[in-house]
Design a binder for this molecule. Structure first.
Ligand SMILES: NC(=O)c1ccc[n+]([C@@H]2O[C@H](COP(=O)([O-])OP(=O)(O)OC[C@H]3O[C@@H](n4cnc5c(N)ncnc54)[C@H](O)[C@@H]3O)[C@@H](O)[C@H]2O)c1
Length: 250
């Protein structure tokens, strides 16, 4: 992997799971990384600093448009630029059939999983236009290209994230801003553990359907996100990259 020395990267949902692995990946590649989460990832950033990397934590609810604008302004005032952004924060809806999902559950899922990506991209793009380029990766899901029982609101958002990614990629391709989506399969994170806790047979059922025969690791998503943000992916734009052990083509 090429170095990201001198680059400034931000990751949302960086307190745990995929976001934390991606933040660690950016830091280890040499970037200064801003770990953003609704639960401020102070200890996670401090741990990276104690290992000699450059990291800072920032508390932000990505569904809050004004808070996201303030955060991007702070990043630019503090570090001068924003080279790479991974818009990854997400929540699950309680698992039940579509008609039983409440308006409140639907609205909160859309607010975080779709509007949160929208909010972040908007202000990231405005900054990247000023500085002449950058790379953005949005976290969708294998559920962005398939259905999943009992997850209608979540799956609708993950499909929408791909649509948003593709359209924004076209809008800004000529301005040097590349925008891609990552579509993780089932990755062993606190979110997936919670789903499996609620349904103890789920892990066995999922693994049976994953041709790779196992769940993915957060680092395996981080490797793909870092590549998408690197110069090695300089002509990859508007792509939705499945990293799922062949689950969705099975
Ligand atoms: N784990 C999987 O199997 C899997 C599969 C496909 C897609 N994804 C997606 O990957 C992303 C990360 O998932 P994960 O499994 O690491 O989840 P996780 O629950 O382990 O981590 C998500 C992080 O997002 C933060 N967050 C939640 N709401 C927020 C908000 N409003 N503002 C800022 N931060 C907020 C949480 O505090 C948490 O730290 C999500 O978008 C999820 O939908 C996960």
């Amino acid at each position: 992997m090429e170095t990201m020395n001198g680059k400034v990267a931000m990751v949302t949902g960086a307190a745990a799971g995929i976001g934390l692995a991606c933040a660690e990946g950016f830091a280890k590649a040499g970037a200064t990384v801003i770990l953003v989460d609704i639960n401020e990832p102070k200890e996670q950033a401090e741990k990276l600093n104690s290992e000699g990397y450059k990291a800072v934590s920032y508390r932000c609810d990505v569904s809050d448009t004004q808070a996201v604008k303030t955060m991007i302004d702070w990043i630019v005032t503090t570090y001068g630029r924003l080279d790479a952004a991974h818009n990854n924060a997400g929540i699950q809806t309680p698992q039940r059939p579509m008609a039983e999902i409440t308006d409140e559950e639907f609205d909160r899922t859309v607010a975080v999983d779709l509007k949160g990506v929208w909010n972040c991209m908007r202000y990231e793009i405005l900054q990247m236009l000023k500085q002449g380029g950058g790379a953005i990766v949005n976290t969708s899901s294998q559920g962005g290209v398939t259905g999943f029982p009992g997850q209608a609101a979540y799956i609708a958002c993950k499909h929408a994230v791909i649509g948003l990614t593709r359209t924004a990629a076209i809008d800004y391709a000529a301005k040097g801003i590349r925008i891609n989506a990552i579509c993780p399969g089932v990755i062993r994170t606190p979110m997936a553990e919670e789903l499996m806790r609620r349904n103890p047979d789920l892990e066995k059922e999922l693994v049976r359907d994953i041709p790779a025969g196992r769940l993915g690791k957060p680092e395996e998503i981080a490797n793909a996100v870092l590549w998408l943000c690197s110069e090695q992916a300089s002509f990859v734009d508007g792509h939705a990259l499945l990293v799922d052990g062949a689950f969705s083509i099975h």
